[in-house]
Design a binder for this molecule. Sequence first.
Ligand code: IPE
Ligand code: IPE
Ligand code: MG
Length: 247
Amino acid sequence: MFLRKKEKQHTLDMKRIPQHIGIIMDGNGRWARRRGLPRTAGHKKGADNLEHIADYCASLGVKALTVYAFSTENWARPQDEVDTLMQLMYDYLLTVEKKFAGRDMRLKISGDRSRFSDKINHAIDHAEEVTASGNGMVLNIALNYGGRDEIVHAAKMVAERVKNGTCCPEEIDETYFAQFLYTADLPEVDLIIRPSGEQRLSNFLLWQAAYAEFWYSDICWPDFKDRNMRQAILAYQRRDRRFGGVK
Ligand code: IPE
Ligand code: IPE
Ligand code: MG
């Protein structure tokens, strides 16, 4: 009886899988430091882990996975770390065509691309193009992304439309505004996960987090496995989402 109950508690409800999950891929540096390795080794291991977790999420039927890979504030890190992160991004983008073949996944990059080199921007265009027909999960990588920056960027686009007469201020509501966010073509974010023990958003999905559920874990991102993802989804499925109403 006890076992059956326990088993039941640990079974995912496949009808209530979060449609859109956000992950703040944090803790690469600490993972490396604890092993006496350079921080860059943690970033490499973290990048490898993304592939496993993305596959696991896709296998569950998650529609979109947004992962925070580089924030608008991460430029403040030592130049050699920024350079390594840029190189890792570039290397990853070059492997996308091969990696995504047969995976039915679409790659999307969200963030301010103006600070990236032409080389990286071309690699982004190419990676998005060759995966564009993927109808399964969207893997949305947030690069030079900041929630505040995203909102300012959207506000500028709305202002431009008001200026050229294609929109009047009375038309602007939350739905209108949200079409200018990077996530406009994705479902609402249901769950945000932050490994590494920190309990803050660090400028991730500020608008989209409005009614998302949060889940924190002390495990650093490179060690974050399918079973941890499962735990997060199980916790999500136990939550009572009221959206300001009464149940
Ligand atoms: C996340 O790991 C990766 C990026 C922010 C690019 P960190 O590099 O922040 O790792 P910690 O938080 O220092 O352990
Ligand atoms: C958030 O982590 C950004 C990414 C994981 C890409 P940080 O490590 O930059 O955040 P803080 O500095 O701990 O808030
Ligand atoms: Mg960190």
